[in-house]
Design a protein around this ligand. Sequence first.
Ligand code: ATP
Length: 452
Amino acid sequence: MALMEDVMSLCKRRGFVFPGSDIYGGLANTWDYGPYGSQLKRNILNFWWKTFIDDRDDMLGLDSAILMNPRVWEASGHVKNFADPLMDCKNCQERVRGDKILEEKLQITIAGLSNDEIFNKIMDEKIKCPKCGKLDWTQPRAFNLMFKTYQGVIEDTAEQIYLRPETAQGIFVNFKNIIDSMRVRLPFGVGQYGKSFRNEITPGNFIFRTREFEQMEIEYFVRPENAEQYFDAWVEDYKKFFADLAIPAEKLRLRYHEKDELSHYSTKTVDFEYEFPFGWGELMGIAHRGSYDLDQHIKFSGEKLQYRDPMTNEVFVPHVVEPALGLTRMFLIVLLSAYQLEKLENGEERTVMHFSPKIAPVQVAVFPLQKDLSAEATAVYKDLKKAFRAEFDESGAIGKRYRRQDEIGTPFCITFDFDSRDDASVTVRDRDSMKQERVKIEDLKEYLAGKL
Ligand code: ATP
């Protein structure tokens, strides 16, 4: 877990992530994204949007409301089924999720088990309390994860609504609007990102599991007979997406759910898992959900959520493949994958974040070698800032400035020195190799564009 602590400490020190409500002693498991963190998160999101929406002809974007008619969550099954088995240790009052302690022990996902089955298995396997080591559990109680709130001035159950626990339902609820307004043809997908809320029983591991988080979800609508093919295509698309963000392939694995662990509506599900410092954990899920969600909304809303094939006039409810990725969880994986404490040849150490240049919060930093070169260096900086995320730094020794930029993962540092006045060139230093190269100022933009 040393890696997690190092990353958390860097996050606080360098303005990536701060504990929420810090000056009031915090609020458990809430986090605020600081100047570099909010930029990095936005860059990941933008790259996702560009990859899966802007650059494709079969994808559309959506931004639906967090607050929705409570009937949505009845139709989706969240009111009835979105519950975790909550168990307490009678000896020390430690609270756990029954399914999670079982999963950890057996190394499987156990979505299909009833609370009784979970309890019996825990007793069979003699899974003791992680805190006090006793085997003295209460029976699991179903704990609904949806945050409840009230709309309007009267705190009456009639006005009770929920904070959405996922972004996906906003897409299904707008299926008809999209079909009617956009003249789409199957297969097509809709992607949206945004905040989701779950009253998690055991949040933790920094931003891995929080009660307020962000998701980037896609619903990809297909003819039923093509679902398998598109399912596999999405797995490949996401492999590429992770590789593009410099996530090492050996840190990722695919885990296909067994038939008996699938959610009741899903015919096929695969999780991308990442090797976190605390073990393998889910990064995202890709599920073939059949026509379950649209069918449920047809039943509950009475609307015809169907597709008419323009060639054959055939009318049917499309099937859907859902790649669901957490933005804040992805952010954590980007941090963990990028972090390196490097021993240098001269015996010194440096901390480097090897972010992909596409998403690094700062892409290029410009330094004057000495303060009296500031004006010329500022001119270079101002020009680069028009095209790149750039930062100017003139304080401290050059070595110190490099270290500061390494810690926030800036791929290139540019130094304007006394020779620059004569040769109209600057020194460009590469974050990863630490190699330096002399580049003409007039060629800088082209040089960087080729590398960023
Ligand atoms: P878990 O089993 O970890 O509770 P899940 O299978 O319920 O997660 P999904 O409902 O499939 O998760 O949500 C899709 C994605 O949203 C997850 O893969 C994860 O990246 C992200 N996510 C879900 N819950 C949280 C959370 N509490 N905090 C941060 N990210 C989350």
